[in-house]
Design a protein around this ligand. Structure first.
Ligand SMILES: [Zn+2]
Ligand SMILES: [Zn+2]
Length: 343
């Protein structure tokens, strides 16, 4: 078998369990590198893609986009990377390079973003992936691979939202939800110098939230405690999904304050308070390449670490079930135990 024969875990059709699948990976383009996967995080967006919720990807589908590994093949046009380098890759593995957003360096807003995922055509639940070298990041030397894997997707997602929309330090930032994204958002918001209020529906997460740097923990169902938050927050970062009591949350935000979404929650609300309080709702998606590098350094400097369950890649279906059942605490990273094909 050649280096381009890859073994991965694929869903043959939407919603199915993953099974081993051998495929020919695409030829490397001029700026491409092949990265042999040592670790790959499991993200809720992998599950959305496996379930075909985006109606965007071809099947058999190999997910996985929080990748740490080693460069195993480089094209001559690639500079700055060589075989054997330890690197990481996040959700985005390429960009069109010519749209107005790519020209501004805001590559995460590329007009062709649907085709830019690291999992197109095949992702990181596999022996190797091929991506554009501009989306391959050298990692801080002392950063554990599983930590880097999660930061490359969940980390950049929360860091970009906080840096992009929080107007300076010492702001009153609310974090809704203490899960894979939320537990990192608490740590980043605290390290950025903000006053952090966590709003959660799980009383059992209070001690952990405070230990990660939250100044205050409020249960969304505690009406008296929620009342004390009226017009309190400059910004509310929503990391939760599912049903959310938006009208209760709107009341916690100062007039002309901002609500930032980084997940895909249900949105069903009466717009009266939104209008009368002149609130803004915005989304935030990944981050550009400079922000990714800045985030990795910031996380290393401030010792920001996701809480991780390590599993083997051969346990990917059990891992997916844990995430579907909301049992993961808080991110799962798969250690690759696929035998790479012999060269
Ligand atoms: Zn992800
Ligand atoms: Zn573009």
């Amino acid at each position: 078998m050649s280096l381009s024969t890859v073994v991965g875990y694929a869903a043959r059709s939407p919603g199915e369990s993953l099974e081993l699948f051998t495929y020919e990976s695409p030829e490397l383009g001029d700026h491409d590198v092949r990265v042999s996967v040592s670790h790959c995080g499991l993200c809720f967006s992998d599950i959305h893609a496996i379930d075909d919720d985006y109606s965007e990807f071809a099947f058999p589908f190999v997910g996985g986009h929080e990748i740490v590994g080693y460069v195993s093949e480089v094209e001559p046009a690639v500079s700055g990377l060589k075989v054997g380098d330890r690197v990481g890759i996040g959700w985005q593995g390429r960009s069109c390079g010519s749209c107005e957003w790519c020209m501004q360096g805001e590559v995460q807003l590329c007009q062709e973003i649907g085709d830019c995922g690291t999992w197109t055509p095949y992702g990181g639940f596999s022996s190797s992936v091929v991506v554009d070298d501009r989306f391959v990041y050298p990692l801080p030397e002392d950063m554990a691979p599983e930590v880097a894997a999660v930061l490359l997707c969940a980390g950049i997602t929360v860091y970009n939202a906080l840096c992009g929309f929080v107007e300076g330090p010492e702001q009153k930032v609310g974090i809704v939800g203490v899960g894979g994204l939320g537990h990192l958002a608490i740590q980043f918001a605290h390290a950025l110098g903000n006053e952090v209020t966590v709003i959660s529906s799980s009383p059992g997460k209070k001690d952990e939230a405070l230990a990660w740097g939250a100044d205050r923990f409020v249960l969304v169902g505690d009406k008296a405690a929620m009342k004390q938050l009226d017009y309190c927050l400059d910004l509310l970062l929503c990391t939760a999904h599912g049903d959310i009591d938006w009208e209760a949350l709107f009341m916690t935000v100062k007039k002309r304050g901002r609500i930032v979404l980084i997940g895909f929650p249900e949105m069903d609300f009466n717009p009266t308070d939104l209008v009368a309080h002149e609130l803004s709702i915005t989304g935030s998606f990944l981050g550009n390449r400079a922000t990714m590098q800045e985030m990795l350094s910031f996380a290393q400097e401030h010792e920001i670490k996701p809480q991780i369950e390590l599993m083997r890649m051969s346990e990917v279906n059990e891992a997916i079930q844990r995430l579907r059942d909301n049992q993961a605490r808080y991110r799962i990273v798969l250690v690759n135990d696929i035998e790479s094909p012999a060269p």
